[in-house]
Write a protein that binds this ligand. Sequence first.
Ligand code: UGA
Length: 342
Amino acid sequence: MKILILGVNGFIGHHLTNRILAQTDWIVYGMDLADDRLGEAVNNPRFHFLEGDMAINKEWIEYHIKKCDVVLPLVAIATPKLYVEDPIGVYNLDFEMNLAVVKQCVKYHKRVVFPSTSEVYGACTDPEFKEDESFLVVGPIQKERWIYSCCKQLLDRVIYAYGTRGHLEFTLFRPFNWIGPRLDSLDVAKEGSSRVVTQFIAELLMKRPISLVDGGHQKRCFTYVDDGISALMKILENKNDICKSEIINIGNPDNECSVKELADILKNLFMAHPAHRNDKAYSEIIEASAMSYYGKGYQDIYSRKPSIEKARKLLDWKPEIGLKDALRMTLDSFLEENKGAV
Ligand code: UGA
């Protein structure tokens, strides 16, 4: 099988590529702005990489859509701080550029495996979000955070409409707060715009305070990337077309915790880490208002838990890695990779 991955150096892209190269005989064609997360993959004869921008290398993309069997358009801005700072950038990249790729998949009759997101459920109040039942709930236009959710939702709807009319073979997957090695870089965290787990680990390393936005009562279910990738591999395999035209949550409902609990666990792990157990001081945990941390365009999601019944049934999959282990492995790898950087 030949697979095209746009955004191959991203968090999901590089983990997926490594798994594909290790466990299958598939060929991967990938494009991204850099290759720094890809490690040894770049030397693998089954991996073909182009360093480049999606906005510029349109011919390369079209050529490879034609050449491949499955397309994964993983390029997107996916950090909430940027949703409020640069909503037009989110729209251009996450929506317009990806729509162009989807249309080419229609044109050349290629299967698309598209990354939807837990964010499409927005402020849904269901105790567990169900792919085919839950309402997708967003806030007012002035709350620009929701542009990401809306862009992804509309793409989901466009893909679904093409698919159900027989013009496109697709599967939509919805990652729920995947974490693991190389989630976000230290540089991004320095600017305060990485996702919460990396942000907190980086603050601990930099000895800066950890900010609990609005008290940190919000809850997330953190999913270890290896578990997520296992599900994604089964979606790519698509045995007996089982995932055809399906929308599938990929998350770990057992790993639910509040942002405040998350801060405590990560601080304790950091304080017990061999390289830091003798540090003279540690970050304090403080509270910050959403307004001061993100600005007026932000609105939070207080509870986000996936139903994974569908993933269990269709993929015969369940997540294996518990919260503490997932956080420990994420923290250890971040500290290892940024040794001496601060
Ligand atoms: C994320 C991002 O939108 C995407 O990466 C993705 O689509 C989706 O969720 C997902 O991974 O499922 P969110 O979970 O809100 O959204 O993003 P984080 O930045 O990781 O924030 C999680 C929570 O921590 C939020 O309630 C936020 O207010 C809080 N937070 C974040 C803090 O309290 N302090 C911080 O320093 C950073």
